[in-house]
Ligand binder design. Structure first.
Ligand SMILES: [Zn+2]
Length: 278
C-alpha cells in the first residue's frame, strides 16, 4: 500500500489515537446526558461558551491551558488528557505490535494487522467505560467490529473474507447458543446480547479460532479478578463489590488484542504440552 517509513507512521498513529481519545471524552460526557455527539460543537460545561479548535487539541490543549478553561478558568478534569494519552499510546502500541521486528526507515509491513490491532486496542477504552457504568456494550463497538473485520479481510496479510464471514456467524451464533443453554440450565440470564454481537465482531476480525480463544482467555481473566473480589466481599461484606455486577465486556475487550497477537503462540505451546504439536 502506501510507502510511509515506520517512525513517521508511528507519529501519525499516536496523533490519530489521541484524537480518537478526544472523541471518546465527548462520548463519555454526552452519552449519559442524552446529548447529541455532533451538535453543538465543544462547549464549556460551566459557562456554555464554545471552545476554539486549538484549545481542543488532544493533550496539548490541556497542557497549554494548564488544566483550566480559557473562558472562565474552571478546572478541566485530568480525565481528558489521560484518556487522550492512553489512546495515543494504545494506537502506537498497535503499530509496533503488528510490525515487529522494527525497521524504522522502512514502510509498514503489515497493514491488515496494524489496522486490526488499532481497532481492537482502542476499543478497550469505550467498551470498558460504558459496560462498567451502564452494563451494555455500545453497538458502535460491537457492530462496528463486524464491519471493520469484514472490510479489513479484503486487505492481504490478514484472514480471508470467507474466514471473516464464517468467523462472524459461528462466533456470534456459538456464544448465543452457549448463553441460551446456560440460561435454561441456571434459570438465569447468563449473557447479554451485546456480548454476542461483540463476539461476532471478534469472529469477523480474527476468525472463529481467534474468537474462541478470546472467549476462553477472557473467562480466565474474569476468574482472576472475580475470585479475589468475591473473597474481599465476604470479608468486608461490602455490597459495592458484588461480583455478579462485574460486566464481561471489558475482559473480552482486553483479551482480544492479546489473542490477536499471541493466540497462535499460546495454542502451539499449550498443545505442545500434550505432545499434539511439536
Ligand atoms: Zn467556561
Amino acid at each position: 500500500m502506501v510507502e510511509i517509513p515506520l517512525w513517521y507512521a508511528l507519529l501519525l498513529f499516536v496523533i490519530l489515537g489521541s484524537c480518537i481519545g478526544s472523541f471518546y471524552n465527548v462520548v463519555i460526557y454526552r452519552m449519559p446526558r442524552g446529548l447529541s455527539l455532533l451538535k453543538p460543537p465543544s462547549f464549556c460545561p460551566t459557562c456554555k461558551k464554545s471552545i476554539p479548535l486549538y484549545h481542543n487539541l488532544p493533550v496539548v490543549g490541556w497542557l497549554f491551558l494548564r488544566g483550566k478553561s480559557a473562558c472562565c478558568k474552571t478546572p478541566i478534569s485530568i480525565q481528558y488528557p489521560l484518556v487522550e494519552s492512553l489512546c495515543g499510546v494504545l494506537a502506537g502500541l498497535a503499530l509496533l505490535m503488528a510490525n515487529y521486528p522494527w525497521n524504522w526507515t522502512h514502510s509498514i509491513v503489515n497493514w491488515a494487522d496494524s489496522l486490526a490491532l488499532f481497532w481492537l486496542l482502542l476499543a478497550i477504552v469505550p467498551i470498558s467505560a460504558v459496560d462498567f457504568q451502564f452494563h451494555l456494550i455500545p453497538d458502535s463497538m460491537s457492530i462496528g467490529g463486524i464491519v471493520v473485520g469484514i472490510l479489513l479481510s479484503f486487505i492481504p496479510g490478514g484472514i480471508t473474507p470467507f474466514a471473516s464471514f464464517y468467523g462472524m456467524i459461528l462466533a456470534g451464533g456459538g456464544l448465543f447458543l452457549l448463553g441460551f443453554v446456560a440460561s435454561k440450565v441456571f434459570k438465569k440470564e447468563a449473557m447479554g446480547f451485546g456480548d454476542v454481537k461483540l463476539m461476532a465482531g471478534y469472529g469477523a476480525l480474527m476468525g472463529l479460532m481467534g474468537a474462541a480463544e478470546t472467549l476462553f482467555f477472557a473467562a480466565i481473566l474474569g476468574l482472576l479478578v472475580m475470585v479475589p473480589l468475591r473473597f474481599i466481599r465476604k470479608k468486608v461484606d461490602n455490597p459495592e463489590f458484588a461480583p455478579g455486577e462485574i460486566p464481561f465486556g471489558p475482559f473480552l475487550a482486553l483479551a482480544a488484542p492479546i489473542v490477536y497477537q499471541w493466540g497462535d503462540l499460546f495454542l502451539t505451546t499449550y498443545l505442545g504440552f500434550f505432545g499434539i504439536v511439536s
